[in-house]
Design a binder for this molecule. Structure first.
Ligand SMILES: *[C@@H]1O[C@H](CO)[C@@H](O)[C@H](O)[C@H]1NC(C)=O
Ligand SMILES: *[C@@H]1O[C@H](CO)[C@@H](O)[C@H](O)[C@H]1NC(C)=O
Length: 275
């Protein structure tokens, strides 16, 4: 009975126009230019050629600041000169993008990289751009979710990214969007799971994050239709494949770090309203 129900549910999801990042044979949900103007694509310098290649994603939270994972800034190292931020493009090649060099990388002081459960603690970092981004229809900061007490369980949230389109495939040339269901921490089965993280899953037809999706912004829409940043992707509990419907993903919960973000950046976060 239970199985039948879940199959029916699956069918409904499937019929209801589908989304994806990794999504097997389903039609990918590819946002239009300007739909998610807070999405930041991080690029890393390739030493030999001096070219820049896609590294991770993040969220623009202020004209001069991007929020992302700490682990993304450790490859190859934490030097600002090794990372750039591309804003305003739905194309991984940066077509029509604004590219910014970094002035500073601020990694959370208590960040510890992966332990034997595979997940880092306080996996969060701030990137300060050299100059303020030019805001417009395709480049806009996102509000932070401020309420660290709010129960997010069973909420629907969305994810944008350029990660692999299949477990053994390549990065997506266009931005994709996935629909995520927030689950409880037991689903992430992590020793290190704490309140400062979010666990979420999706059916393959809704899109599932894969390699290359680190730092992808996880967001909801507020009552006045403005996007609100809940977290960003740090880990996928996959079993050798990004395509298992039941596998969950782990996100750093932004509201747990609001005091640190305010102090580290000096931004007046009161201008960001609660939802
Ligand atoms: C880092 O950890 C120390 C020791 O637990 C704590 O006192 C400090 O407040 C933490 N720093 C931040 C920014 O959370
Ligand atoms: C991922 O999904 C597969 C297939 O459903 C399952 O066997 C495995 O236990 C899941 N892994 C985790 C960590 O949830």
């Amino acid at each position: 009975m239970l199985i039948l129900f879940s199959q029916l549910f699956y069918l409904c999801v499937l019929l209801e126009s589908v989304s994806p990042i990794t999504n097997g044979n389903f039609r990918p949900d590819e946002p239009a230019s300007g739909d998610y103007p807070f999405h930041a694509l991080l690029l890393q310098r390739i030493e030999l050629t001096n070219d820049w290649s896609p590294l991770c994603s993040g969220g623009l939270i202020h004209p001069q600041w991007v929020l992302t994972t700490a682990h993304c800034t450790q490859t190859p190292n934490s030097k600002p000169s090794e990372i750039r931020v591309s804003l305003g493009s739905i194309h991984i090649n940066g077509e029509n993008s604004q590219t910014h060099d970094l002035q500073r990388i601020i990694v959370h002081p208590n960040y510890t990289s992966m332990d034997n459960t595979g997940i880092g603690l306080n996996d969060i970092a701030l990137l300060e751009l050299n100059e303020a981004a030019k805001l417009g229809p395709r480049v806009q900061p996102i509000r932070l979710h401020m309420n660290d007490k709010q129960l997010l369980f069973e909420k629907m949230a969305y994810l944008t990214g350029f990660g692999k389109t299949s477990s053994h495939g390549s990065l997506s040339s266009r931005m994709r969007k996935a629909a995520m269901h927030i689950t409880d921490s037991t689903k992430c089965a992590l020793v290190n799971y704490a309140d400062s993280k979010i666990c979420a899953t999706s059916f393959l037809a809704e899109g599932k994050p894969c390699t290359g999706d680190s730092g992808d912004p996880l967001f909801i829409t507020s009552k006045n239709n403005k996007p609100v940043l809940l977290g960003f992707l740090i880990y996928i509990t996959q079993s050798g494949s990004c395509e298992n419907d039941n596998n969950n993903s782990v996100f750093t919960r932004v509201s747990s770090y609001v005091p640190w973000i305010a102090t580290a950046t000096g931004i007046n976060l009161k201008i960001f309203s609660n939802i």
